[in-house]
Design a protein around this ligand. Structure first.
Ligand code: HEM
Length: 411
């Protein structure tokens, strides 16, 4: 299916009114996340660039994905993610050279050393959730743990009280799944109503964080919000608007991604006792297991860009205006990069997966995400080493991001 990508009608790339035509169905199949790895494998065999519909192209193998992610001058991130935000998302929707300035200021706040300092707090928060159901012998893993845990960690990081958890979850969902408790429900909401909810929620988010910043200006503390206000690099500082735009992005980028990863990881482990036993028997395997599950599950299956000039990917022409998807999922099972890519192996000695993306926009929160995932794996398996899916349950994977919306476990 390798062919030329034309950019004549990029607006047609993501149909709003459903998936009626054959082209639309091809796109729908690409977004189905129930069992994507064999499909990824097939895409790589089909070549580095797939063009399922007019105005849209997907880079699949690792080298084609690198070509897209490492050339922000050809493939922009500007203006692609629109979720009720009134200004660009910082740093995701900013291209170099301005992007570099933001990363210089932000990277130190999310460095591994900072994450060492919060490890005990993250573990305490993990156990606070596990405490609520461990004696019951079952839990709705998605709702009772995977959804609230990353938000609870963020509250700690930002110096906010546990009581704000409900507000935090509601604001996040108002942007990501407006009008529905799950992605499936939210997709059924009228597009105008979705936009209305997103805009209202966005304003609430700006107001919420503005009030906290006022407080931290009056009384600085040892938390990320105070860090944002005081961080300085080469004489430059973040403005109040910058900080609000960053906080907005964190709600979108830093919470559901960890939720998604946890549901994918634990669904895999519940169904693969050999792998589960390796972790329960020897927790030192956890860091390698997290990397391998990030590779295999690729919770963020792809990242979007827009071609700003006529160019080429994997030797195929791409027209300016083409909406590009760089498939991280496919790149992560590319046999040119990984031996035995379709097998989940916790004993890989190197694992150069791109589950956190690549190029200048590589995930700012990767050290935080890794810490959350490792700590949760450790604390859970200490207390619940043996578990399985609730009998009779059928896993429902959301569309777009890989995430189990209804994971229920028993032990
Ligand atoms: C396992 C969990 C996570 C995964 C799989 C993940 C994945 C990604 C990916 C693939 C990108 C690249 C987006 C692109 O190129 O368009 C990204 C960017 C980003 N992520 Fe994460 N992420 C995770 C957790 C987090 C957390 C916890 C934070 C919170 C700080 C975070 C903050 C960000 C930010 C701010 C960006 C934009 C970076 C930039 O544009 O320079 N992520 N993430």
């Amino acid at each position: 299916m390798t062919q030329q990508a034309t950019g004549e009608d990029p607006g047609a790339a993501l149909p709003e009114g459903g998936f009626g035509t054959e082209d639309d169905r091809a796109l729908e199949a690409m977004l189905d996340m129930a069992n994507p790895q064999p499909r990824y494998e097939g895409w790589i065999e089909d070549g580095g660039l797939l063009c399922p519909i007019e105005g849209f192209a997907m880079a699949t193998g690792r080298s084609a994905v690198d070509e897209v992610l490492r050339h922000p001058e050809l493939f922009t991130s500007k203006g692609i993610v629109q979720l009720g935000n009134i200004r660009p998302l910082i740093p995701l929707s900013i291209d170099p050279p301005d992007h570099l300035g933001y990363r210089k200021l932000l990277d130190p706040l999310f460095a591994p050393k900072r994450m060492d300092a919060i490890e005990d707090d993250v573990a305490a928060r993990a156990n606070r959730f596990i405490d609520t159901f461990v004696d019951r012998g079952s839990c709705h893993f998605t709702d009772e743990l995977a959804v609230p845990f990353p938000s609870a960690v963020f509250l700690g990081l930002m110096g906010l009280p546990w009581e704000d958890l409900g507000t935090f979850l509601r604001m996040k969902d108002g942007i990501i799944r407006p009008g529905g408790a799950t992605m499936m429900e939210a997709e059924k909401v009228d597009p105008e109503e979705r936009t209305r909810i997103q805009s209202e929620t966005a304003q609430e988010i700006y107001d919420y964080f503005n009030a906290i910043l006022d407080e931290r200006e009056r009384e600085p503390r040892d938390d990320i919000m105070s860090g944002f206000l005081n961080t300085e690099m080469d004489g430059s500082r973040l403005t109040r608007e910058d900080i609000l735009d960053i906080c907005f992005l964190f709600l979108i980028a830093g919470l559901d991604t960890v939720t998604d990863s946890l549901t994918c990881f634990f669904a895999f482990l519940a169904q693969n006792p050999e792998h589960r036993r390796q972790i329960a028997k020897d927790p030192s395997v956890i860091p390698a297991a997290v990397e391998e599950l990030l590779r295999w599950e690729s919770p963020v299956p792809g990242v979007p860009r827009m071609a700003v000039a006529d160019t080429e990917v994997a030797g195929c022409p791409v027209k300016a205006g083409t909406l590009m998807m760089a498939s991280l999922g496919a790149a992560n099972v590319d046999p040119a990069q990984f031996g035995d890519p379709m097998t989940v192996r916790f004993d890989r000695t190197t694992n150069p997966h791109i589950g956190f993306g690549g190029g200048v926009h590589r995930c700012l929160g990767s050290h935080l995400a890794r810490r959350e995932l490792r700590v949760m794996m450790r604390e859970w398996h200490k207390r619940i080493p043996d578990y399985s899916l609730k009998p009779g349950s059928e896993l429902h994977y959301a569309r777009g991001l890989r995430s189990v919306e209804n994971l229920e476990l028993v032990w």
